[in-house]
Design a protein around this ligand. Sequence first.
Ligand SMILES: *Cc1c(COP(=O)(O)O)cnc(C)c1O
Length: 379
Amino acid sequence: MSKRPAFGTPLHVGRPNIGDKAAFLARVEDMFDRRWLSNDGPCLQEFEEWMAEFLGVRHFIAVCNGTVGLEIMAKACGLVGEVIMPAFTFVATAHAMQWVGATPVFCDVDPRTHNIDPSLVEHLITDETTGILGVHVWGRPCDVEALEAIARRNGLVLVFDAAHALGCTHGGRMIGNFGVAECFSFHATKFFNTFEGGAITTNDDEVANRCRLMRNFGFDGPDNVVSVGTNGKMSEVSAAMGLTNLESMASFTDTNARNYRAYAAGLDGIPGIELIEYSESDRCNCQYVVIEIDETWSGLSRDELQAQLTADNVLARRYFYPGCHLMKPYASEPLRAQLPETERLASRTLSLPTGTAVDERDIQAVCRLIGDAVNAARG
Ligand SMILES: *Cc1c(COP(=O)(O)O)cnc(C)c1O
């Protein structure tokens, strides 16, 4: 007979953070009374205004999900031909470019930051390159200044996938203000959710105008279609969830920071287990607690540790494995790059459960399980 799992009910990565349910339901009641369920309704307008103010950005354009947001952003910024991006990201970053007819060209990452390595970007630029798409992985900002300098020198458009980075700052400035435009995701598993949703942010009026048109079939007023577009609108019920979760966002962040500190204390000194760090000087939402497993010290591989945790109902997750460049739609590309750091990271990182569904006692128990697994493996 197998032993009983340490956790009776599974501990998941990415359980949704949910704000005040009563406040949400009151908004939904009002929404039903108005019979205004989509198309620039009052919740959507309030959500966009509040978010633009929160981020200190001129334009916040809410969309139905982050992937469609990336597609609209790419079209609105003129990304065609080749777009340089990391492979250590969620596959939607690559899919969105491919979907709009651009070719992702994968660049390796900096093993310290897990973000696209600017020193490798220029080697990948060809006559076909139109842009660079950085990803703020785990909410840790890319080397924005280095990428800006490369984009400027080579006449390229710089944009960011900021799906992880709502509420994070870089040099004291909110993510959402960098490059020509940035794109967020508010999917249920992200730290801030609108069920499904996302947003494009920009300080460029023309880009914003194009995004707004494309989000709504290219309509510029009734009966006046001025461009090709898609349906990227965020519904009222999602915007109502966004407003509700905005009211609780500070407490989500506090909980994540507390959880992160509990993990840091609990994992301290376990050989071969290193917790990723967040900047002391910048704000971060800390929504990901990611460890790197160095098998030479821990005595067991990431996959072995993951399997042992799963047996105890701790459902830690591999992220981005094995890297976009090795996934079927991209693996046969003639441009397929050698990405040793991406592959190394994809094989040694593990994301641990956090968020408002996890408390400090859970975390202490998870850390003990990890410590015990390493002790046993080292003999
Ligand atoms: C979640 C995510 C997306 C996709 O966002 P959706 O809202 O799920 O479509 C894109 N890029 C990254 C890095 C993500 O984590």
